[in-house]
Design a protein around this ligand. Structure first.
Ligand code: BG6
Length: 504
């Protein structure tokens, strides 16, 4: 693994939040554990109220995340905490920025990374507080968590405020789905091979489905989530970013702006939704009580912290069309939801059927080729093909070519935040969202939000532990299609490139 050489200070706003303790700080510890960090780094952890048990809680969260069976874990933890400075800080209190400057100034020659894991309404205030106290320099970086804004107008405003004090090359808008291993593998598969790219268009592809399904409910984030909902939490960023990676043209180079230039073209080519389209092509749902992972769970409206009359969606499905030569007539079906039957994230590329079958048509629907990119819980790629069933006569069956990476056999798969944190430290913006992408995504989404605001019809309820509302099944049924719901885990013994049967 490549070491990260530049000394740095990571100033983390919102250090006790769910994101920091569940994802970000465990990722930082993993980089430290793997000895990828330079010797000179500090985490300046800011939180509003003093938390005496911060380190204990963090240790618990980190150790529960990975099974570090290495005997050195205790020693590594003790070394890790020596890099941490905790600091009581209120972002709305101007005087606090002067005190922060004193801490940052203790290390004048390191790169300072400001990581904003707070509600985005605070981003402008924090950026200007840092500037007024002269804490940021031309070498500083600022990382912004999603969702940035709650609609087009607020996203534009927040960006303008941050851009007054930081240049675009200093701003890292993070979407952790871009840090997942399979996403990069998808880029390599598309752009380092000729066989797929030549088929990657409306001539050969029938439809593409992107599913991010979660079994979790809103957990401890109910208050935040109830103001946000699935479309802003997952749709505006993760789903649309995955769509961009699948649909973009080949960039001329693998450089930050070349990649992002192509992604933004996809977002700008998304067919604008009229009010009628939103009604026909977008489905929103909210989970009711049910069974999740074998346990009875309550409905969204009964969750602590949720307004009992809330119309916030916990599920969204949409049919998206891209108006360009490559994708004319190919629907992209996107969906995400909480409290669904499985935890999985898959991109399924459905190829067209052969124009004329000379074989028995009994299994026609299952015979079209499919390329499945599985992002989680395990990661891998598989291609569904047809072959002759062994034995007398000629009957055709579906078979599977698995291209699962060898790291499936390793003990620990690096987390998306590890990669992206490493990219911030080494100043590589390729996997971060540029301002024009963010605005284009909100621009496309705004009609949906407006339509929902004005609509008298709330989200359709679905049973926790199901695949979501019935209207989502109908969305595809109207087009004569079905959601791909195989979502089968890959196993360790499938880690090599092997051809496996998948029924007859
Ligand atoms: C976050 C959302 O961006 O992604 C959460 O805010 C969601 O609501 C999470 O649970 C899912 O991430 P992952 O990597 O666990 O699929």
């Amino acid at each position: 693994m490549i070491p990260l050489n530049e000394p740095f200070d990571l100033v983390l706003f919102g250090s006790t939040g769910d994101l920091a303790t569940r994802k970000l700080l465990p990722a930082l510890f993993s980089l430290h554990f793997d000895e990828r960090l330079p010797s000179d780094w500090r985490l300046i952890a800011l939180f509003r109220r003093q938390h005496d048990d911060f380190l204990d809680a963090l240790q618990k969260s980190i150790m529960s995340k990975h099974s570090f069976d290495d005997k050195t874990v205790k020693t590594k933890w003790n070394a890790f905490i020596k890099h941490i400075v905790t600091f009581s800080f209120d972002a709305t209190e101007p005087g606090n920025y002067g005190e922060l400057k004193q801490v940052v100034d203790q290390k004048p020659n390191v790169n300072t990374i400001f990581y904003l894991a707070t509600p985005s309404a605070l981003y402008g205030k924090i950026a200007s507080g840092l500037a007024k106290a002269h804490i940021n320099t031309p070498n500083s970086r600022i990382v912004l968590e999603k969702p940035i804004g709650s609609n087009l107008e607020s996203a534009v405003k927040i960006n303008q405020l941050v851009c007054r004090h930081f240049k675009e090359h200093q701003i890292f808008r993070i979407d952790h789905y871009l840090g997942k291993e399979t996403v990069q593998n998808l880029l390599v598969l598309r752009f380092a091979n000729t066989i797929f790219e030549s088929q990657w268009n409306q001539k050969y592809i029938d439809n593409i489905q992107i599913t991010i399904s979660e079994t979790l409910g809103v957990e401890e984030r109910a208050e935040f989530y109830d103001h946000v909902g699935a479309l802003r939490d997952m749709g505006q960023n993760h789903l649309l970013q995955l769509l961009c990676i699948v649909a973009m043209e080949p960039p001329a180079r693998f450089t930050p702006d070349a990649v992002r230039d192509e992604k933004v073209k996809v977002l700008r080519a998304l067919r604008t939704l009229t009010d009628q389209d939103v009604h026909k092509k977008v489905v929103r749902g909210q989970y009711a009580s049910g069974i999740s992972n074998g346990n009875a769970v309550e409905g969204y409206l009964d969750e602590e912290g949720v307004d009992p009359s809330s119309e916030t969606e916990t599920y969204v499905a949409m049919k998206v069309e891209i108006d360009n030569w490559r994708w004319a007539g190919v629907p992209f079906y996107l969906r995400t939801g909480k409290r669904l039957v499985h935890r999985a994230c898959e991109i399924v590329v459905h190829f067209k059927e052969v124009p004329h079958s000379i074989f028995d048509l009994q299994h026609k629907n299952t015979m079209a080729n499919k390329l499945v990119f599985r992002l989680q819980p395990d990661e891998g790629i598989r291609l569904m093909l047809c072959e002759k069933k062994r034995g007398p006569g000629v009957s055709v069956r579906s078979t599977e070519l698995s291209l699962s990476p060898d790291y499936l056999n390793r003990k620990r798969v690096p987390d998306a935040y590890e990669r992206l944190l490493g990219d911030v430290i080494s100043n590589n913006q390729t996997l971060f969202v540029r301002q024009d992408e963010l605005i284009a995504a909100w621009d496309w989404l705004d009609p949906i939000l407006k339509h929902w605001d004005e609509s008298e019809q709330g989200p359709e309820s679905y049973i926790a532990g199901s695949w979501g509302p019935a209207a989502a099944t109908l969305l595809l049924a109207k087009d004569g299609r079905l959601w791909d719901e195989t979502c089968r885990p890959l196993k360790g013994d499938e880690a090599d490139s092997v051809i496996k049967e998948s029924g007859s």
